[in-house]
Ligand binder design. Structure first.
Ligand code: 13P
Ligand code: SF4
Length: 346
């Protein structure tokens, strides 16, 4: 699939902004959304930032321009709000790699293990978890767990390998799930782009299939670690502002290029793989955002018993680290360790 054309429509965007105001709605958009959807949003960010916005908004309605698990997370954090997903087809191949029954089976094989779920999971899986994390705070979350505890990390195997490396933990079991978009960014793409742009800094999302070989090559001295940064999507947005370099190779979903170019107009960005496009993120269009606001569809709900259990894990994620700096970089002090039997509010 090649990149979708940018389809701005100023009249439609103005209509959406007016509808949002009349509905007392906030529009949240992930960094991978279509450019014109990002431009109409009140807030654009990564999974962690969007969760935080959803938790603290005063608006009555949240229009979530992202994928289904993100809208579920917003509903769990803001149960009194109406949360809308403009297109129910906005799923996630990574979240689909594990369901609650599979997780219960895995837990039964490792009694007493602490379960850390990446935010790309269903509400039912989160309800079976002790902690959630995002790519922005996965290392800090693992560091909040005592050294001697066995950990089940799911569902992304590349992020799991990265976290294992960064924390030096031996007792981490990793679920063998992957995102088809990021797994498709492989070392060959990186070699081609680095040869074409030798002065460019290299920004990699830890879900990428290339992240593990690149880190191994760094350890072996084959790649200069100075120009390589493994970052969450929000970490990628910040990095060019801190870097003296003018060019960047970006290894993640290509929707992020719009925000990078807007935020850093004097710098140049190249996609590591210009076919790395998430079809689930791209189903949301401006006409669907308008329809969502006009008809208040599609409302996302989570059964209250599931939400109550999932909220605990999500609130720990929102509380821990995630300065946006990205995995492996330090954030605020981690919250104290608790298992799912203990309420963090107690
Ligand atoms: P971030 O948490 O970095 O926004 O990534 C979310 C995601 O879906 C990656 O594919
Ligand atoms: Fe899921 Fe991958 Fe799309 Fe992110 S890019 S939403 S992990 S399918």
């Amino acid at each position: 699939m090649s990149a979708l054309p940018y389809a701005p429509d100023s009249a439609l965007s103005a209509e959406i902004r007016a509808l949002a105001q009349s509905r007392d709605a906030v529009i949240l958009a992930h960094n991978y959304e279509r450019p014109e959807v990002q431009d109409v949003a009140d807030y654009v960010g990564d999974s962690l930032g969007l969760s935080r916005e959803a938790a603290q908004t005063d608006a009555d309605v949240i229009v979530f321009c992202g994928v289904h698990f993100m809208a579920e997370t917003a509903k769990i954090l803001s149960p009194g709000k109406t949360v809308l997903l403009p297109d129910l087809a906005a799923g996630c191949s990574l979240a689909s790699t594990i369901d609650a029954e599979q997780l219960r089976g895995w837990k039964a094989e490792h009694p007493g293990a602490v379960v850390v779920s990446y935010v790309n999971t269903t509400a039912e899986v989160k309800a079976e978890s002790d902690y959630c994390c995002t790519s922005g705070n996965a290392v800090e979350v693992i560091n909040a767990i005592p050294d001697d505890r066995e950990i089940l990390f799911l569902p992304d195997m590349f992020l799991g390998a990265h976290v294992r490396r960064m924390t030096g933990r031996e007792h981490i079991h990793v679920w063998m799930g992957e995102c088809h978009v990021h797994a498709g960014i492989d070392p060959e793409h990186i070699n081609v782009q680095r040869a074409a742009h030798p002065d460019a800094e290299f920004l990699i999302h830890p879900e990428c299939g290339c992240a593990t070989p690149v880190v191994e090559a760094m350890s072996a001295g084959a790649i200069d670690p100075a120009g390589v940064h493994i970052l969450s999507t929000e970490g990628m947005i910040k990095r060019p502002g801190e870097s003296p370099r003018d060019e960047f190779i970006v290894a993640t979903e290509i929707g992020i290029l719009h925000r990078l170019r807007k935020a850093h107009p004097g710098k140049t960005f190249y996609a590591a793989n210009d076919r790395a496009q998430c079809a689930y993120m791209k189903v949301t269009t401006l006409p669907k955002v308008r329809r969502a606001l006009k008809t208040l569809t599609h409302e996302i709900t989570v059964p209250s018993a599931v939400a109550a259990r999932a909220r605990r894990a999500i609130e720990r994620m929102v509380a821990i680290g995630g300065s946006g700096a990205g995995p492996g970089l330090s954030g605020p002090a981690p919250a104290p360790f608790r298992t799912s039997n203990e309420d963090p509010g107690e």
